[in-house]
Design a protein around this ligand. Structure first.
Ligand SMILES: Cc1cc2nc3c(=O)[nH]c(=O)nc-3n(C[C@H](O)[C@H](O)[C@H](O)COP(=O)(O)OP(=O)(O)OC[C@H]3O[C@@H](n4cnc5c(N)ncnc54)[C@H](O)[C@@H]3O)c2cc1C
Length: 414
């Protein structure tokens, strides 16, 4: 039987970053992942049409994990402008060049291929000494007096604390009997890579439509990754369309702003749900990332919230360790839960409201929203505040900063 301080179930974006951050803080960590590792060499990760828009707090965590320097700049592109449209008149745009604050980063965030970021994090986890079990599924969790025993298909592990980072359908959360609130949007998020004849450099673009929001996220090779949310029935028909019909539909949806559209790969669909765990910890088990909260991807915030969970949980576990307490200290886990639950619920609530507004159930509010966007757009100080808020990190303790975590905005260039 192997003994660890922390066992993490799930080696996705959240599990892999938490494993690395905790190991860097002097804890012995094991990460258990059901799938194979993404790739042992970053350069060989296949092109992924699904990308992730990450903000500066996430980048600072990647830097702390030493995963950021591993990424090829050609596969993690900075975007400097964001344009959001709604209805016939609603327009809101953010440009990092307009925000002349000291120490303000030179971009709004980064668009990174999902699999590239995951491979970077998994490689960083191994490099810093995390014990990684891939192709390994957790079968049983047995809580003992002062340890938790994890039984997998080929190993038995004990740890002080077990973290569920096993995603939205978390087996650990269900096994522990932690309840959740769930809402199905009855939508799929369609994802694909496209090329357009009139690209806008380093600009992320989004349009809210009655059928659902559409986002075009710029990749560094000039292509775009789209996330197009629409009702499940309509999404299935759209996925089954011949490429030319899909391209025509997309050209219409973008109102020709990007010229003609060419589809570069197969369209994939992801079911969209919102889930909120009732509690973030129970006994020796704590939830993190999508296992604790899953939200609509219309603002690209799901993983960003999860990365903030990672920072807050790392900070609290480090504080417990340094004060000689057990890692399951309810005081520290409660601080983590309080800090993150409110932010996650507020963001989820906002995403649900935006979805309902445009999905027709609150269609009186949609024109008001579009008008409000115009108003915001005319107020540089409000826009500055909004972007500043998005750039800010979670406040963390001095101890985590001593270990190299920098909460300050910087250019973070890959
Ligand atoms: C279409 C779409 C676009 C999105 N775009 C963005 C974006 O731009 N920005 C953003 O911030 N977020 C975005 N998100 C959300 C983001 O993808 C998720 O929030 C994020 O991937 C959650 O990471 P996770 O590690 O918590 O969960 P997951 O990615 O689900 O990882 C969980 C891992 O646990 C493993 N696992 C599960 N069960 C077990 C078990 N029993 N034993 C061992 N291992 C197990 C799985 O194999 C998996 O690797 C998007 C989501 C969608 C659907």
């Amino acid at each position: 039987m192997e003994n660890f301080d922390v066992a993490i179930v799930g080696g996705g974006l959240i599990g892999a970053s938490l494993a690395t951050a905790l190991q860097r803080c002097g804890m012995r960590v094991v990460m258990i992942e059901a799938a194979e590792p993404v790739q042992t060499e970053l350069a060989r990760v296949e092109l992924d049409s699904r990308v992730i828009a990450i903000g500066h707090a996430a980048v600072r965590l990647m830097q702390f994990c030493n995963a950021w320097p591993l990424l090829d700049p050609a596969r993690a592109s900075a975007y400097t402008e964001m344009q959001v449209e709604a209805g016939a008149t609603g327009r809101l745009s953010f440009d990092s060049n307009d925000i002349n604050a000291d120490g303000f980063p030179d971009c709004l965030g980064y668009i990174v291929e999902n699999q590239v970021l995951l491979a970077g994090l998994q490689l960083a986890a191994e490099a810093c000494g995390v014990t990684c079990y891939y192709h390994t599924t957790v079968k049983e969790i047995l809580e003992q007096d002062n340890r938790v025993q994890v039984v997998t298909n080929d190993a038995e592990i004990t740890a002080n604390l077990l973290v569920a980072a096993d995603g939205g359908s978390s087996w650990v959360r269900e096994h522990m009997g932690i309840g959740k609130q769930q809402l199905s949007f009855d939508q799929l998020g369609l994802v694909a890579r496209i090329r357009v004849t009139q690209p806008r450099e380093k600009t992320a673009w989004q349009r809210f439509m009655e059928e659902g929001p559409l986002a075009l996220l710029p990749m560094s090779d000039g292509a775009y990754s789209i996330v197009w949310s629409m009702r499940s029935e309509c999404a299935k028909q759209t996925m089954a369309m011949p490429a030319e019909d899909f391209e025509d539909r997309l050209t219409t949806a973008t109102q020709g702003r990007f010229g003609a559209v060419e589809l570069l790969d197969k369209v994939r669909g992801f079911p969209l749900v919102s889930k909120r765990a009732d509690r973030y910890f129970s006994g020796r088990v704590v939830l993190c990332g999508d296992a604790a909260h899953q939200i609509h991807p219309l603002a690209g915030q799901g993983a960003n919230l999860g990365f903030k969970d990672v920072i807050a949980l790392t900070d609290q576990l480090l504080a417990a360790k340094q004060s000689g307490k057990d890692l399951t200290s309810p005081r520290h886990l409660r601080i983590y839960e309080r800090a993150r639950k409110a932010d996650n619920i507020i963001t989820d609530g906002l995403m649900r409201s935006l979805h309902h507004m445009f999905a027709g159930r609150m269609n009186i509010a949609a024109p008001l929203f579009a008008r409000g966007m115009g108003l915001f757009n005319a107020l540089p100080s409000v826009k500055h505040w909004l972007v500043g808020h998005a750039v800010d990190s979670e406040p963390v303790s001095d101890q985590l900063q001593v270990l190299g975590y920098s909460p300050n905005p910087d250019s973070g260039r890959v």
